[in-house]
Design a protein around this ligand. Structure first.
Ligand SMILES: [Zn+2]
Length: 321
């Protein structure tokens, strides 16, 4: 394989800004023998393009084909072989068989979203150009012993984003889902009877949320818009029980249409106090998906009809991971 003089065009195909570093088309430790993989790095510094171009004491530049600035700008450094990964534990990710991307990051700071988006897009375009599957994109930490870069990036998630971009070039990059959950706050809103020896799925008359409705029109079902990890907290108040008798409170999963019971994801027993009341917080953690729904059930095996009070409420935080 000759000098990789197409790299600037490949970089521009991402739609992110590109700068060609002077002399890049003939910069390298000889031509690039082959391209069988891509290795992702962080520079462990900032404003350090000159290091990637010129090298550092003991290691002559260029160190990588590309320097990816924290702003998402792609700087094309070299068209020939670069000293970015030796010794490699993967034959597809040696200096002679792979492209190196050095992304500007000090090894501690959070990654700017725009830089990550550029990183995904650049890897996808490189894979397309060289006929590689996303599985050939590796973190330095995966193909060298003792390396930690790129820090805090889950390379499996990284590759799945690259794969999506290879499949659908030019589609807008899905924003990385962060740890901010969707929170649904629900209130019973009125008193609801639980028959003796029977049960009730709490009907939510009040939803305190700015997001699109997270519960169904029938009022009992909570739906996730995608696969979600849920942390729930219900504050349940029940009256009318005989002192000392027990009821169960359960977060239960049903089929999406509500017709079939799946399981009790979280179920606890509570004993009525001397006034025949249960007041308790019912928390839990479990997964929901697009094929099921969630209900808060009050199961009353006693021989006294009870009332779920209107102040009963629930908060459901849905996390993408
Ligand atoms: Zn590295």
């Amino acid at each position: 394989m000759p000098w990789l003089t197409q790299l600037a065009d490949v970089a521009r195909a991402t739609g992110f800004p590109v700068t060609e570093v002077g002399g890049w088309k003939t910069r390298g430790h000889g031509p690039q023998p082959s391209v069988e993989g891509v290795v992702c790095h962080h520079t462990a510094g900032s404003n350090d393009r000159h290091v990637v171009v010129n090298g550092r004491p003991g290691l002559e530049g260029p160190l990588s084909h590309i320097w990816l600035q924290h702003t998402g700008r792609i700087w094309v450094v070299a068209a020939g072989r670069c000293w970015h990964n030796a010794p490699s534990t993967s034959s597809h990710h040696m200096n002679s068989t792979s492209i190196g991307i050095e992304a500007e990051n000090d090894g501690r700071s959070p990654w700017p979203q725009v830089q990550l988006d550029a990183y995904y897009a650049l890897c996808a375009e490189l894979c397309r150009e060289f006929g590689l599957p996303a599985s050939r994109v590796a973190g330095h930490k995966e193909v060298n012993t003792g390396k930690v870069d790129p820090h805090s990036i889950n390379m499996n998630s990284f590759r799945s984003r690259v794969a999506a971009l290879i499949k659908n070039p030019g589609t807008p990059i899905e924003q990385q889902e962060d740890d901010v959950p969707e929170v649904i706050s629900l209130g019973a809103g009125d008193d609801q009877a639980v028959p003796a020896g029977g049960e009730l799925a709490v009907r939510w008359h009040t939803e305190y949320t700015d997001d699109p409705p997270g519960h169904n029109a029938d009022g009992v079902a909570v739906m996730a818009k995608a696969a979600r990890w849920c942390i729930v907290d219900g504050l349940v108040k029940v009256r009318g029980l005989k002192p000392g008798t027990e009821i169960d409170v359960a977060w239960s999963r049903y089929s999406r249409d509500g017709k079939e019971f799946e399981d009790d994801a979280w179920r606890l027993s509570f004993r009525a106090d001397a006034n025949g009341r249960v007041e308790s917080s019912v928390g839990g953690q479990f997964a929901l998906n697009t094929k099921n729904q969630l209900r808060l059930r009050i199961i009353n095996p006693t021989d006294a009809a009870a009332v779920v009070e209107k102040v009963t409420m629930a908060k459901i935080a849905m996390f993408s991971r």
